[in-house]
Design a protein around this ligand. Structure first.
Ligand code: SF4
Length: 317
C-alpha cells in the first residue's frame, strides 16, 4: 500500500485505540492538548491491557500529561527566539534548521516542539533567500514536524533550491518517519535522494529497541546504499529506556545495522512531559556502564539543549 494510504490508517481517535489495546478509555487522557496520532504498525507492537509497555508510554496520551509542574513550559528550548523567518531557525554556527511542516508520522508525547506555532503553508521562498544570502551556512537541517511528511514533489523543489546554493555543502534530514511508516522510503523517494548533488545525512529518532524491526532496517539500508550516513538520536525517558539493558540493545541493534548512535538527549522540559524526566546522575551512570560494555562508536554523546548555548551541552561523552 502507498505510504500516504498507510498514514491515513493511523489511530487518531482515543476510543478506537483504547478498544484495540483492550484498555479502559477512562485510563487515558480524555482531552489531550497534543492529539493522538499513531501508525497501526506501532500500535500492533504494543502489549495489550497495560499502560506499562514502552511504546504505549511513548505514544498514548496518559493522564500524567495533564499535571502542571513548575519548570516545564510550552517552548523549553526557546525555539521562538531563534527564528530568522517563520520556518527558519538558527541556533548554531554554520547550520540552520528548516521547519518544513508541522506533520509527523506519529505524535510522541514528550515532543519539545509540540506547541510550536508552525506556518500554515509550504512556501519556502523567504527561508531559501535568507540561506542564500548567508555564506556562513554550510548545512541545512530539514526538520519539522517531519520532512518526510512532505510529498516527493515538494521535497524535490526544496532539494533543488538548496542544491543550487554553492555554500550549502550538506543537507541533513531529521526524521522519525521510517520508524512509524518505513514504506515512506519508496523507490520515488530513493530516486530523489540519489539525484541530489549535495551530500545528504539522515538522522533518525528511536528510543526503544521495539521500535526497530526488519522492515525499518531494510528501509534504512536502502538509504545507506546511496552513500548516505544514517545516525540515531534518542531521548532518555523514564520507564521507557532508563535502564542499562534497554539502552544497550537499542544502541547495539542500531550499530549492527550500520546506524551510528549520535546523541542521547536529556529530556527537554516541555509541559506535560514531567513523568518522562530522568535525573542527570542516572543518565551519567548509564552512559558510564554502556561505555564499558559497547565499542566507542556505539555509545552516543549524552547531551542537553541549553537555550542560548553555542552548541549542545555535553553531559557525558
Ligand atoms: S516525530 Fe519528532 S517532531 Fe514529530 S512528534 Fe515525534 S518527536 Fe516531535
Amino acid at each position: 500500500m502507498p505510504w500516504r494510504e498507510i498514514q491515513r490508517t493511523n489511530f487518531r481517535k482515543l476510543s478506537c485505540l483504547a478498544a484495540f489495546l483492550e484498555l479502559d478509555p477512562k485510563a487515558l487522557s480524555q482531552n489531550p492538548r497534543f492529539s493522538l496520532n499513531l501508525p497501526k504498525r506501532l500500535a500492533k507492537k504494543m502489549a495489550k491491557q497495560t499502560l506499562q509497555d514502552p511504546l504505549v508510554r511513548q505514544f498514548v496520551p496518559l493522564p500524567e500529561e495533564e499535571k502542571v509542574i513548575p519548570g516545564y513550559s510550552l517552548d523549553p528550548v526557546q525555539d521562538a527566539s531563534f527564528c530568522k523567518a517563520s520556518k527558519l531557525l538558527q541556533k548554531y554556527e554554520g547550520r540552520a534548521l528548516l521547519l518544513t511542516n508541522s506533520a509527523c508520522a506519529m505524535h510522541c508525547r514528550y515532543c519539545f516542539r509540540q506547541n510550536f506555532d508552525y506556518a500554515p503553508n509550504l512556501e519556502y521562498t523567504e527561508e531559501i533567500a535568507l540561506i542564500q544570502k548567508d555564506p556562513s551556512l554550510q548545512e541545512v537541517i530539514l526538520s519539522g514536524g517531519d520532512p518526510l511528511s512532505l510529498s516527493d514533489r515538494i521535497l524535490k523543489q526544496l532539494l533543488d533550491s538548496l542544491s543550487a546554493i554553492p555554500h550549502i555543502k550538506l543537507i541533513r534530514f531529521h526524521t522519525r518517519f521510517p520508524i512509524g511508516i518505513p514504506e515512506r522510503i519508496d523507490s520515488s523517494f530513493l530516486h530523489l535522494l540519489e539525484n541530489c548533488p549535495k551530500q545528504i545525512v539522515f538522522v533518525i529518532h528511536a528510543n526503544h529497541p521495539n521500535e526497530f524491526d526488519s522492515d525499518v532496517f531494510a528501509a534504512l539500508k536502502s538509504v545507506q546504499k546511496l552513500g548516505i550516513p544514517v545516525l540515531l538520536q534518542s531521548i532518555l525517558l523514564k520507564d521507557i529506556n532508563d535502564d542499562f539493558l534497554t539502552l544497550k540493545h537499542l544502541f547495539e541493534n542500531s550499530a549492527y545495522n550500520g546506524i551510528i548512535p549520535y546523541y542521547l538527549h536529556q529530556l527537554d522540559r516541555v509541559s506535560g512531559a514531567a513523568h518522562f524526566d530522568v535525573p542527570i546522575e542516572r543518565g551519567k551512570m548509564l552512559i558510564e556502564k554502556l561505555r564499558k560494555s559497547l565499542p566507542g562508536y556505539a555509545v552516543p554523546h549524552y547531551v542537553q539543549e541549553v537555550p542560548g548555548e553555542k552548541s549542545k551541552t555535553l553531559i557525558a561523552l
